[in-house]
Every structure is written in structure tokens, then in C-alpha cells.
Design a protein around this ligand. Structure first.
Ligand SMILES: Cc1cc2nc3c(=O)[nH]c(=O)nc-3n(C[C@H](O)[C@H](O)[C@H](O)COP(=O)(O)O)c2cc1C
Length: 441
């Protein structure tokens, strides 16, 4: 069909209008789709508009966890339940949110070679990490400020992790302490580390976590101050609540255009809602993410940490090799769920070179865009020891509290079992590269 210039202009006007609507602006992914669409071919445009029409006509947001067919069903339910600015914090990537979408797309470029006539009556999805056996290879990645999604926050996540047998990582920027998370989990929780720009503060967080019984410290290295989180900034405009009641003009690592801006509350104001900073001298702290970190810092950390030390955010062979040389015990391949830099590179495509870099010496976990049991299967087949999920457990939390997180975990476990059975693999260790093939281009 020919598009007259007039029709094209009208369509673009319509797309721009859609972009301004709260429905789109509230969802980073939708907003990003729309941005791309403004430059897309007519056929892609048509496909997207059809999809949007369906979305508009359906009002099928789930009202209880048991109604969910897949983990994506929890996203609209969470959007409905969470204040717009807080949902924007959860959804946002950076720039056009292209890397958020890329993380998902990466999995669709890998196909599964299913074997037949294998006895798959018994499926074992348990996995060992550092000699500890977990019910599943699905790990709960660290998420900051989870009380922004539900009053029970990280503690609801910890209880769900306990009831479903998952490993959980607690953010330094969590709204619950490591002691409370471990108590709610009824077992060890790994401590994620943002060391700040003051060594003594990072060191105190490590020592506190070790004392609480955390068996691993996970240093996040992929985030610098001031990442361009446009979806977050847009959602803040939609939120009519009085944000200063909670945020009191304090420091924000994502202050728009002003990295690490300190408001009247300064860093201490920000940290007052983050129990991992309780009792620490924060007078010299200006940044949550230590922008001056380098490999000497890792060396110093290695000498300080007495439990396992992992680095989260490695995406290249070179850095993987350096990490191993520096005595790091494990890696998490991550681009912060597309919230770090807009590389458009999916983590599942970074995974093979990181695995090459470590040469089997340490376990490697991957996160970013994992939404299906088949995604987990593919990551494990590539050689990951485990996979992390970030947003999905927060969607479950925001929508339905602990029951929502449990339902998300149950669905992913069920889907993993299903694909293992279908592909003819009875245990996690049997999921190898032989079960994969790249999609012909
Ligand atoms: C709302 C939100 C908060 C996050 N907070 C942290 C954090 O405090 N520390 C950290 O290392 N990663 C953090 N991440 C990144 C996640 O740990 C994880 O790498 C990412 O969410 C995985 O991608 P996914 O959301 O597509 O599953 C956060 C991600 C989101 C969405």
C-alpha cells in the first residue's frame, strides 16, 4: 500500500500523541518502542499499532496471583498498584530503554534443539553454587528501595525466597537491613555492595554483612552516577503526590543532568531510608557509586572480604580475566537490567565471552531480560551456573506482596521444568551447549 505524505504525517502525529499519554510514558519499554517506531518502516508500524489496539481493548489486568499465566502478567498489575514515579523507577532503562528491550530480544535469537525419547519422568532443577545446593538455578537479583513497591519490601521477597528455595541478594540501597533479610529468609542472603566514595563506609557495610552471616559480598561495578533514566524522569512528572514528604530534596544517584546531586538532605538524607547505612559517619560521602573504583580497589577489597567476593556487571572477556586474576570468586554478567549505559547489547550475548574469560575457574551468573523458563534453559546451556531476575520479582511484590513474588518464582520454576522435559534434559548439569543453535539470520 502507498503511503501518501499526508497519511504518514498524520500517523507520526498520532504516534507522538500516544507518546505523551500516561499509558505509554509510564512504561519505559512502550515509550522506547514508540521512539523506535517513529523511525520504523510502515510494516513494523502497522504491527505495533495492531498490538496497541489489542492492548487498549483488553482490560485483563490480573487481580490475584493465581490468574497469572506468565511473569509478564504481573507487570500491568504492578503498574496499577504502584505510584507512577515508583513504577517509573522500576521500569526505567536509560536513554530510549533500548538495552532493556535488547536484553529480552537476545534470547529470541537462540533456538533450542530438543532431543526425543529420553525418560523425563523425573526432573531435577536444583543447582549448587559454592557447594551450597539451592532448589533452583533462579536467583533474586538485588533491587534497591523495594518498600517503594510494597510496604513489606525486601522482607516479603526474602520470605518468598525461603518458601520457594531461592538464593537472594540484598541491595546496599535496600529498605531493610541484612540482619532482617537473613531472619526473614531463614538462611543466608548475599550482600550486594555499593561502596560509596569513602572506603571506611564500604568496609563497614562488608563487616556488618559478614557478621550477620552473609556468605558473599557482590560488588556492583556497572553503574556510574547520573545515568540518563528518562522513563523515570517522565514518570515523576505524572506523579501528583508530594514526593518531598519522603525524599526531602536529598541526594539522588539519578538526579537529572546533575550526577549525584545533593539536595538539602545530602547523602545522609538519602541514606536515612537505607538501613545498611545506619550508624555510619556519612559526612564525607558524596556518592553511592564509587566513581573512582579501579582494579586496585578490587585488590584492596579482596584483602578485606573474608567470605566469597563476586563482581556484578562484567560484560567482557578482558574484565572477566582481570577479575579472576584478582582472586574474585564469581561473576554476574549484568548491564543492570539496561539501566547502566545504552549499549543495545544483551547480556546473554555478553555471556559467552565472559565464560571464555573465566575459563571455568569461577561460577558465572547472568541477569537481564530473563522472563521465561526457556530463557533460563538457554543461559544455562551457554554455561551460566545460574540466572538472576530483577524486575519480575518486583512486579510480583508490587502487585501482591509475598504471594506475588512466590507466584513469579513458581511460574519460572514450572516453565523451566517444562522446557527441560521437552528438550530431554533431566537435570541442570545435563543442559549443555548441544541443546542450542543460533537462529539463522
Ligand atoms: C528497580 C531496580 C533497582 C535495582 N537496584 C539494584 C541495586 O541496588 N544493586 C544492583 O546491583 N543492581 C540493581 N538493579 C539491577 C538488578 O540487580 C538486575 O541486574 C536487573 O534488574 C536484571 O534485569 P531484569 O530486571 O531485566 O531482570 C536494580 C534493577 C532495578 C530494575
Amino acid at each position: 500500500m502507498n503511503h501518501t505524505p499526508d497519511r504518514s504525517r498524520t500517523r507520526r502525529k498520532f504516534l507522538k500523541m500516544l507518546g505523551a499519554s500516561p499509558l505509554i510514558a509510564g512504561s519505559g519499554v512502550l515509550a522506547g518502542c514508540l521512539a523506535n517506531l517513529l523511525h520504523a518502516a510502515p510494516s513494523e508500524e502497522k504491527q505495533f499499532l495492531g498490538w496497541l489496539e489489542n492492548l487498549q481493548q483488553s482490560d485483563d489486568v490480573i487481580s490475584s496471583p493465581d490468574q497469572a499465566l506468565d511473569v509478564m502478567d504481573f507487570e500491568p498489575a504492578a503498574r496499577k498498584a504502584i505510584p507512577p514515579a515508583h513504577f517509573g523507577y522500576l521500569a526505567t532503562g536509560v536513554d530510549d530503554d533500548g538495552t532493556v528491550r535488547a536484553n529480552r530480544d537476545g534470547y529470541s535469537r537462540i533456538q533450542i534443539r530438543a532431543r526425543r525419547l529420553v525418560d523425563v519422568e523425573r526432573i531435577d532443577i536444583s543447582q549448587s553454587i559454592f557447594g551450597v545446593k539451592w532448589n533452583t538455578p533462579i536467583v533474586l537479583s538485588p533491587i534497591g528501595s523495594q518498600k517503594a513497591f510494597h510496604p513489606d519490601g525486601e522482607l516479603a521477597v526474602a520470605r518468598a525466597a525461603q518458601s520457594k528455595g531461592h538464593l537472594m541478594l540484598l541491595s546496599t540501597a535496600a529498605t531493610s537491613s541484612i540482619e532482617d533479610a537473613i531472619a526473614a529468609r531463614g538462611g543466608p542472603v548475599w550482600q550486594q555492595l555499593y561502596p560509596t566514595n569513602v572506603w571506611e563506609v564500604g568496609q563497614a557495610i562488608i563487616k556488618r554483612a559478614e557478621k550477620a552471616g552473609s556468605p558473599a559480598i557482590v560488588l556492583t561495578v556497572d553503574l556510574q552516577e547520573g545515568s540518563n533514566r528518562e522513563t523515570l524522569f517522565r514518570s515523576q512528572r505524572l506523579d501528583k503526590r508530594q514526593c518531598s514528604a519522603c525524599h526531602s530534596g536529598a541526594y539522588s544517584p539519578f538526579a537529572r543532568g546533575k550526577p549525584g546531586t545533593s539536595g538539602s538532605g545530602g547523602f545522609a538524607g538519602f541514606a536515612s531510608r537505607k538501613p545498611m547505612f545506619d550508624g555510619l559517619d556519612l559526612s564525607k560521602v558524596t556518592a553511592l557509586h564509587a566513581v573512582n573504583m579501579d582494579w586496585d580497589f578490587v585488590k584492596r577489597l579482596r584483602d578485606t572480604v573474608t567470605v566469597k567476593l563476586l563482581i556484578k556487571g562484567i560484560v567482557t572477556r578482558e574484565d572477566a580475566q582481570l577479575a579472576v586474576q584478582h582472586g574474585v570468586d564469581g561473576l554476574i554478567v549484568s548491564n543492570h537490567g539496561g539501566r547502566a549505559e545504552e549499549t543495545l547489547r544483551p547480556t546473554v550475548e555478553s555471556l559467552p565471552e565472559v565464560l571464555e574469560g573465566v575459563g571455568g575457574k569461577v561460577p558465572v551468573i547472568v541477569d537481564g531480560g530473563v522472563r521465561r523458563g526457556t530463557d533460563i534453559f538457554k543461559a544455562l546451556a551457554l554455561g551460566a551456573t545460574a540466572v538472576g531476575i530483577g524486575r519480575p520479582h518486583s512486579w510480583g511484590l508490587g502487585a501482591f506482596g509475598q504471594a506475588g513474588v512466590e507466584a513469579v518464582l513458581e511460574i519460572l520454576q514450572r516453565e523451566l521444568r517444562t522446557i527441560m522435559r521437552q528438550a530431554g534434559t533431566t537435570s541442570v548439569e545435563k543442559i549443555t551447549h548441544d541443546y542450542l543453535v543460533s537462529r539463522p539470520s
